[in-house]
Design a protein. Structure first.
Length: 278
């Protein structure tokens, strides 16, 4: 295993969990006014049940400098309250040359994320600037959990007389570009057949799997089709289903219950398949 995949394995083993919690603060839905206070309480309540947190940068950037300060404080708090957890910057950046290098520096060196998400529409020139540090993970958006992903990602690409969907073309390309062993794929739980196909194509790459919870993805299929041969190598993300489990004063406790419930449900599938935690 590479530097990042080893870190992912250790983070998962520490809490016996594949759960990733998306920290997506929506001022309309939050039961408390402060973004950092909301995130802090969510992290404190879920730290024992998850292996990663995934703040979506869009929510923080939309709040201007105050939002960025809340993001900074949130990252610092996770490092203290959940020291074994990975922090994934859900940035979905995508550019080439000096611009991509600047994005990589900002996300990994300034913000200090353990992993990030990117778009690879620009091909290998987009991916390469982000994967230089083997200890840092990079998840490429391969097959989304949203219905509109099919507009482009399911288009059949014809090459040398054979055809395959664009998402599989992307997966194969990323496998080839993964020279440092720290490249992963984002594949939605709402498309279990495609998830199974991509896992068969890339048996060892780490997957970030959104779409369970509020989006209604099949959790059992996500675990069985999205994990590697050991029942590891995947982050199963839930955002709204956990952080907005309650709109009342008990929001943090409700989030903790949902995170624990999700972890137990995942682990039941792993146990049934003979891939439980030691």
């Amino acid at each position: 295993m590479s530097g990042f995949t080893d870190r992912l394995d250790k983070a998962s083993t520490a809490t016996k969990s594949l759960v990733c919690v998306g920290l997506d603060p929506d001022l309309v839905r939050m039961p408390v006014p402060g973004v950092f206070e909301f995130n802090r309480d969510i992290v404190d309540a879920t730290a024992g049940y998850v292996c990663a947190y995934k703040p979506n940068l869009a929510f923080y950037e939309a709040m201007g400098l105050a939002g960025l300060e809340d993001l900074h404080k949130t990252i610092s708090h996770v490092r203290t309250a959940a020291p074994t957890a990975l922090i994934i910057g859900d940035a979905k950046r995508g550019d080439i040359g000096p611009s991509a290098q600047a994005y990589a520096k900002a996300l990994f060196e300034v913000w200090g994320f353990d992993a990030i998400t990117i778009n690879a529409w620009g091909g290998q020139d987009t991916v390469t600037p982000f994967i230089g540090d083997e200890a840092k993970g990079v998840f490429v958006w391969c097959r989304g959990s949203n219905p509109g992903s099919a507009n482009f990602q399911d288009v059949q690409i014809v090459s040398d007389g054979a055809s395959m969907p664009l998402y599989r073309t992307m997966a194969l390309a990323c496998q080839e570009w993964d020279v440092n062993g720290n490249l992963g794929l984002v594949v939605g739980a709402t498309v279990p057949e495609q998830l199974q196909e991509v896992r068969a194509t890339c048996p060892s790459m780490p997957f970030l799997i959104p779409g369970v919870g509020a989006q209604g993805g099949d959790l059992e299929a996500a675990v069985q089709q999205g994990t590697d041969s050991r029942g590891r190598g995947a982050l199963i993300n839930s955002s709204r289903g956990i952080i907005y489990a309650s709109s009342g004063a008990d929001f943090a406790q409700a989030a903790g219950r949902e995170a624990d419930k999700l972890r137990k449900s995942i682990n039941e599938v792993l146990e049934a398949d003979g891939k439980g935690w030691p």
